[in-house]
Design a protein around this ligand. Sequence first.
Ligand code: NAD
Ligand code: UPG
Length: 437
Amino acid sequence: MKLTVIGTGYVGLVSGACLADVGNDVLCLDLDAAKIRILEDGGIPIHEPGLLDIVRRNVEAGRLAFTTDIERAARHGEIQFIAVGTPPDEDGSADLQYVLAAARNIGRHMDGYRVIVDKSTVPVGTGDKVRDAVADELAARGAHLPFSVVSNPEFLKEGAAVDDFMRPDRIVVGADDERAIELMRRLYTPFQRKRDKLVFMDVRSAELTKYAANAMLATRISFMNELANLAETLGADIELVRQGIGSDPRIGWHFLYAGCGYGGSCFPKDVKALIRTAAEHGRALQVLGAVEAANDAQKHVLVDKIVRRFGEDLAGRRFALWGLAFKPDTDDMREAPSRVLIAELLRRGASVAAYDPVAMREAERIFGDEPRLTYAGRPKSALEGADALVIVTEWKEFRSPDFDAIRGRLRQPVIFDGASARSRARRRRRRRCGRGA
Ligand SMILES: NC(=O)c1ccc[n+]([C@@H]2O[C@H](COP(=O)([O-])OP(=O)(O)OC[C@H]3O[C@@H](n4cnc5c(N)ncnc54)[C@H](O)[C@@H]3O)[C@@H](O)[C@H]2O)c1
Ligand SMILES: O=c1ccn([C@@H]2O[C@H](COP(=O)(O)OP(=O)(O)O[C@H]3O[C@H](CO)[C@@H](O)[C@H](O)[C@H]3O)[C@@H](O)[C@H]2O)c(=O)[nH]1
């Protein structure tokens, strides 16, 4: 099938590459010429395990191409995926300007029947806005071309995006007409494998399903984070509690890890947007309001511990920080807990020597020329002369560190471990190292 994917970010590029990999002819459009240049030069603009191989393989096979040419993109695919960003507006609602611009571009240049698929995470009712935007553009040029609007929210996780796309738990399709449903069924047949993973519903329900999924997952995390704080106060071990509850199938094992608060490009913004949607319709989502507040507070837990140990004024103190990305296996730092921590340490006069396997360039872009924030080429070199080590992101390489080397390099043998719940080995050994928090 001929497909166009609009937006070559985490979702667009992964979707485009994976859809090409099962034999489709995919053209990816982005307005960011720098991204398209990287792709045309054989690279990828993001860190995502397994993605480079699949992109290269499909470009070489002639099934995947990149462009900044809007007209070419609108004329290429019978199915047009919109996979552009929907960042939070000032009031927390999803900013739809990129989605609607993409829809207008399709309407302006399409030359036959199109299925316009919203893959971006968009509030309920966006399908209607996309339909109106396309219809307006067609009317403006006196064109009478048929089109369908479909909601097909994406559930991939960064760091595991290729695998999630290739082996989805479910594929949600919100569609109101048979022609579009048939095309979507054909499109996703190669991803069905052993069981039917397609869940068809109306457009509005599909739009809400995406927010419901992220809101539920965010709720689990905030709940466990609050419980972890309580466990610490009570002298209980949240990891053992997690094991104790996860075996109940009604609760399940996944997404029960306490940490420094959820970050990333999705949970924070989607929780906000759903709260906003509800408010606009006179409904208060009280549970989600608490989930958000608990998460904001959780991002300060490590700083609070540091202040308890070293005092309010951290001038002259130096901290080694391991892990900048919002989670392992990505270079994405959107809403990363490390950002709150670094900003607060710098505000209090401390200096920070940071290490991350892939996100240091992104941190440099975010923090710019900040003389008290430096980057270390290796985890150990960040430790030299630091008052304490702060572990924020659970990269695999931090799971079983050399505690003797840490002790030898730090001024005091103190570790603030924001990712501790996921590593029992480290917890056992940390006890032997002498810890500050
Ligand atoms: N990142 C994830 O893990 C993830 C997972 C599921 C769903 N989502 C949702 O998918 C959407 C995209 O997220 P992302 O993380 O891939 O975003 P991103 O910011 O990484 O990429 C978006 C891309 O769209 C491009 N773009 C913007 N307007 C355009 C236009 N009119 N025409 C062509 N290109 C345009 C931008 O230049 C950018 O490269 C969001 O709604 C997000 O909530 C994201
Ligand atoms: O037990 C857990 C699991 C995750 N997290 C944190 O939660 C955040 C989000 O993690 P994750 O869900 O793995 O990453 P994302 O790539 O943001 O993926 C989420 O957001 C995407 C965008 O909507 C959805 O497609 C995915 O299904 C959804 O998991 C990160 O800060 C994690 O550290 C925890 O604190 N504890």
